[in-house]
Design a protein around this ligand. Structure first.
Ligand code: GUN
Length: 288
């Protein structure tokens, strides 16, 4: 068996095109342009690439994009002052503070300061709690993109065994919560899990989000399972050049799985598309 490759890039293009049409209609019918602000602290190269891509996609979708860059020596008070200014800016409907932040800045304090209605990352505890109890909420972009790809391939997810490998606040925990809301039987596996391969072998859906290159091996995968690889790891290739790999050993898993997302070109593009979709959702809710 060789798995279907889930084309996240193509799927993201359809989501972005839909967002573009929504933005156009808002401008034409309501004279209203959604705005997204992205705050980048420091010079982390990976974060710079993400922020540049977010900015480009926001503009391409017809929205206002504001990028705020702060030095990595910035104080927590200065970051909080920027967040408060954006909270008060009526032309900005979505605020994203790129993580990680330098150690002198308390991440939780910054996320907590963002107006939950403008929290397009869905990281504010209000949104985490609202999503967990089934109220309308801003939902984190990466898990949202994963759910969209899963539903597109599998339809109804009810009753399926889902194993999420990784328990981060950004991906693992919200992913598990969204899968539960889709009536999956959910297991969160992590570094202390006993016999991880055996746990993963029970999964109809595997979501790998651990940040360890190619950790999930092909013989951990149940034949026919759907595998979503959230990892983006840069490793040294045979020719001395670096290459991107996921948290799943792709070639091995592809031989066993029913469907699998590639890295790059799987989850990554969907995350940005969902950020744009969340920004339009937030803007419409704020406009009433
Ligand atoms: N850093 C890595 N992924 C993310 C994300 O989805 N949102 C934010 N704000 N920072 C990140």
């Amino acid at each position: 068996m060789t798995a279907e490759i889930i084309d996240g890039k193509a799927f993201a293009e359809t989501v972005k095109a839909r967002v573009g049409r929504q933005v156009e209609a808002l401008k034409k019918n309501h004279d209203f342009t959604p705005g997204l602000a992205v705050v980048l602290v420091g010079e982390d190269p990976a974060s710079q690439v993400y922020v540049r891509n977010k900015n480009k996609s926001t503009v391409a979708a017809g929205m206002k994009s504001e990028e705020i860059r702060l030095a990595d020596t910035v104080s927590e008070e200065e970051v909080l002052a920027v967040v408060h200014r954006l909270n008060d800016d009526p032309t900005i409907h979505g605020i994203l503070v790129q993580l990680p932040l330098p150690k002198q800045v308390d991440e939780m304090a910054v996320l907590d300061a963002i107006n939950p209605e403008k929290d397009v990352d869905g990281f504010h505890v209000i949104n985490t709690g609202r999503q967990a109890v089934g109220l309308p909420a801003m939902v984190p972009c990466t898990p949202l993109g994963c759910i969209m790809m899963l539903k597109d391939r599998l339809g109804d997810l009810s009753g399926l065994n889902a194993v999420v490998v990784g328990r981060s606040n950004i991906v693992g925990k919200p992913m598990a919560s969204l899968l539960l809301a889709e009536n999956c039987t959910v297991t969160i596996a992590h570094s202390r899990t006993k016999d991880l391969p055996a746990v993963v072998r029970g999964a109809d859906i595997v979501v790998a989000a651990v940040g360890r290159p190619e950790m999930v091996r092909g013989d951990w995968i149940k034949p026919g399972a759907t595998v979503i690889d959230v990892g983006i790891n840069r490793i040294e290739g045979e020719n001395g050049k670096t290459r991107l790999v996921g948290d799943v050993a792709f070639d091995e898993a592809k031989a066993v799985a029913g469907a699998i997302t590639p890295v790059p070109g799987g989850v990554g593009p969907m995350t940005i598309a969902c950020l744009l979709a969340n920004t339009v959702t937030a803007a419409c809710r704020q406009a009433g």
